[in-house]
Design a protein around this ligand. Structure first.
Ligand code: NAD
Length: 325
């Protein structure tokens, strides 16, 4: 079984600990905070517990490091782990700028190790179902994708809504459209913590002409986790707030009947919801990591996709900062 060292036992790390304890050998738990170490040590008595990351790197029996620390620490920890010959699963975003993300990809490539950024939504069965519909041409020509990721809270002071929330939607939008935007634009404002935008609107335009939009906010009355894809033949919505109808397909679209001599009309048909498996996305992500470590699949594809996400985040951030206040 693959040996795993988990770094970061805050809010998200314990979910990774639970999964890797069941799927692999959880060999190390590491956190700078002694309270967190004390809290989790009894739950995983077979794991060694430390506050010193170097102890993990110096363990020749440790094959892989999983990083769930704050985003600003990802690059340095991931880089050191790859250089020590460990495979790395790093929470999103893998780095805070494209140059560092690129450096991680080349370090992984040079060391022949796996680098997997934790873009959880890519493992969501609903996203997989949408991608399958799009790839099969079910929606016709895809015109537009837009996402809504809004709620009241969790208010962050260290990362803005673009990096904290937008990273999820962006990973999905790039995955679904399979191209990188040629034009990016972001507007927003920081109302609570100076320099940390709470509300951000992003616009992306792709070389194919497709367009995308993201509404990101933790100051909103609606709790929305929704992604809409508008195709010429059908339209599809992924609503993660729904318990059962996660994906809804609308047979709606524009059409030009011959008798209208070029005038556009609209067409409406059935509305349906396919059954979406209830597999836990994080479990699928952890499995994918272990498969890659075992030599199955392209070890660099996900790292390159993660780099593309950081590249676009960086462009959007530059546009956000450049926008007049
Ligand atoms: N995929 C998802 O849906 C999802 C959800 C939540 C968080 N996350 C990501 O997980 C990461 C952690 O988020 P969180 O909300 O758990 O943060 P958190 O602040 O609750 O926890 C971070 C933990 O890391 C520890 N830490 C910090 N620096 C360290 C270091 N150098 N060495 C060892 N331990 C260190 C802290 O003591 C803390 O316990 C972030 O990158 C976040 O974006 C992902």
């Amino acid at each position: 079984m693959t040996t795993i060292g988990l770094v970061g036992l805050g809010y998200w790390g314990p979910n990774l600990a639970r999964n890797f304890d069941e799927l692999a050998e959880l060999r190390w738990l590491c956190d700078l905070d002694p309270d967190q170490r004390e809290r989790f040590a009894p739950r995983y008595p077979h794991a060694r517990v430390t506050g010193d990351f170097d102890e993990l790197l110096n363990d020749p029996e440790l094959e892989a490091v999983v990083i769930a620390t704050p985003a600003v620490t990802h690059y340095e920890l991931a880089k050191r782990a790859l250089e020590a010959g460990k495979h790395v699963l790093v929470e999103k975003p893998p780095a805070m700028n494209a140059a560092e993300a690129e450096d991680l990809v080349s370090t992984a490539e040079a060391s022949g190790r796996v680098l997997l950024p934790g873009h959880l939504l890519l493992y969501h069965p609903a996203v997989r179902a949408m991608k399958a519909l799009m790839d099969a041409g079910e929606l016709g020509e895809v015109l537009c994708v837009y996402s809504n990721r809004q709620n009241l809270g969790k208010i962050r002071a260290d990362e803005n809504a673009l990096w904290s929330l937008g990273v999820h939607d962006l990973s999905v939008i790039l995955h679904l459209l399979d191209e990188e935007p040629s034009e990016t634009w972001a507007h927003g404002n920081s109302f609570l913590t100076p320099g940390v935008e709470d509300i951000v609107f992003c616009y992306l335009r792709f070389p194919s002409g497709k367009i995308a939009h993201m509404h990101l906010s933790w100051l909103d009355p609606h709790k929305m986790r929704r992604l809409t894809v508008v195709g010429k033949e059908k339209m599809v919505v992924f609503d993660d707030m729904e318990l059962e109808r996660k994906v809804t397909i609308y047979e709606k679209g524009p059409w030009q009947p011959t008798h209208t001599y070029g005038e556009w009309q609209t067409r409406t048909g059935d509305i349906s919801s396919p059954k979406i498996p209830s597999d836990e996305p994080l479990r699928l992500e952890c499995r994918h990591f272990l498969d890659l470590v075992a030599g199955e699949g392209d070890p660099l594809r996900a790292a390159q996709d993660g780099l593309a996400v950081v590249r676009v985040l960086e462009q959007l951030q530059a546009s956000l900062v450049a926008a007049p206040a």
